[in-house]
Design a protein around this ligand. Structure first.
Ligand SMILES: NC(=O)c1ccc[n+]([C@@H]2O[C@H](COP(=O)([O-])OP(=O)(O)OC[C@H]3O[C@@H](n4cnc5c(N)ncnc54)[C@H](OP(=O)(O)O)[C@@H]3O)[C@@H](O)[C@H]2O)c1
Length: 346
């Protein structure tokens, strides 16, 4: 079979991000890890990786106010300024940022807080309008009609073009959509994490909402790089806190990757590419527009990931990958209380 890595020529294909949404490359870029969360950053390499995204046609650029307490948005600002018309810029609010306590991790969808959050993001990104503004986490203390209603006001005021939600259930997505059209739902979806298929995926497909799978490489685990993060990562790396990355869980999960490695070897592709091809194709089964947002600090990996959009897995290959998610050891987060999965379970 041909090697999809070497076939990275030209730009990836484009799709409409949800009905009436912007035209974007069929794979986006998750910018969180280029400056925070996953160890040290080589600034020049990170900036070069951002430039490579546009060369590959990767135009949906994803950040959030909570990544590095605003610093990830600031890191992106020069790139955004240089390419404002070429990119679709997405950011998020919902984790409450407190100036006096950078480690505070509460959630707020309060309309007053939301209004302060959007102004702060606009300032840090140095833009007049945010193309896609997500509610990062649902705050059950605030009715969706109120929080999404305030987000809709931001659209009418020209501060935001499109609305998105992250980690909501199918029922919550429908409730929000009744207040204002939602362009994209961003939640974790990968070979390892399929709880969104319970209700969110079906609701998004029915409503014409695009799905933006975050951590489509399982935060790097699906590349085959880990067997026990506590030994392999610095103590400052966020992943040392994730149940799937440590000790017996990590060792058991690494063994689950055998079919991914085998398919990759057979195709002359990388394991990461097979994981990305899976999420792209899994969405097609559901009749859904999907734009995964893998993150990387390296140009070569960005091009490798973009090339995965050209891989089509066979039915036999998909069948080999099907049982994996049901066998994964450990939750997605140490504290699952803010995820859609926690609310689905109730
Ligand atoms: N809505 C939410 O709640 C939420 C939560 C988490 C993330 N996100 C968004 O989703 C984006 C992506 O998620 P993520 O960064 O958590 O995880 P991910 O994309 O699944 O994995 C990123 C990790 O994989 C490595 N990697 C990427 N491509 C690779 C390749 N081809 N070969 C080997 N390793 C590769 C990267 O390492 P290097 O950097 O060293 O290449 C990085 O450590 C984030 O940037 C963020 O924008 C959203």
């Amino acid at each position: 079979m041909s090697n999809p890595v070497s076939s990275t020529t030209g730009k990836i294909r484009t799709v409409e991000l949800g009905s009436g949404g912007p035209l974007v490359g069929v794979q986006g870029f998750g910018a969180m890890g280029i400056s925070v969360a996953y160890g040290d950053t080589d600034v020049a390499a990170a900036r070069d990786t951002l430039e490579a995204s546009l060369e590959a046609g990767v135009t949906l650029i994803d950040t959030a106010d909570m990544y590095g307490h605003g610093s990830n948005e600031e890191f992106l600002a020069p790139f955004v300024a240089a390419h404002r018309d070429e990119i679709t810029l997405a950011t998020k609010f919902g984790f409450e940022l407190r100036a006096d306590d950078p480690n505070y991790r509460g959630i707020s969808n309060d309309p007053g807080y939301l209004r302060r959050a959007v102004e702060a993001s606009l300032r840090r990104l140095d833009v007049d309008v945010i193309d896609l503004y997500y509610m990062h986490r649902r705050d059950p203390a605030v009715p969706l009609a109120e929080s999404v209603g305030t987000m809709a006001e931001l659209v009418r005021e020209g501060k935001v073009k499109h609305l998105g939600l992250s980690e909501v259930t199918g029922a919550e997505l429908r409730e929000a959509y009744a207040v204002h059209p939602i362009t994209a739902l961003q939640s974790e979806w990968s070979v390892f994490s399929r709880d969104v298929e319970h209700s969110a995926v079906g609701a998004a497909a029915a409503l014409g909402v695009a799905f933006v799978p975050y951590s489509p490489l399982g935060r790097g685990f699906l590349t085959g790089a880990f067997t026990d993060a506590n030994e392999e990562l610095s103590s400052s790396d966020f992943r040392t806190l994730l149940p799937r990355f440590s000790g017996d869980n990590a060792r058991a999960n690494a063994a689950l990757l055998a079919p991914l490695h085998a398919i990759a070897a057979d195709r002359g592709a990388s394991t990461a590419q097979i994981a990305l091809a899976w999420v792209q194709q899994r969405a097609e089964v559901h009749g859904l527009t999907v734009v995964p947002i893998p993150g990387t600090r390296k140009r070569s990996r960005l091009l490798e990931n973009a090339a995965a959009t050209r891989i089509t897995l066979t039915a036999e290959e998909l069948a080999l990958l099907e049982p994996i998610a049901g066998q994964v050891a450990g939750d997605r987060y140490a504290d699952m209380s803010h995820t859609s999965a926690a609310r689905e379970a109730k």
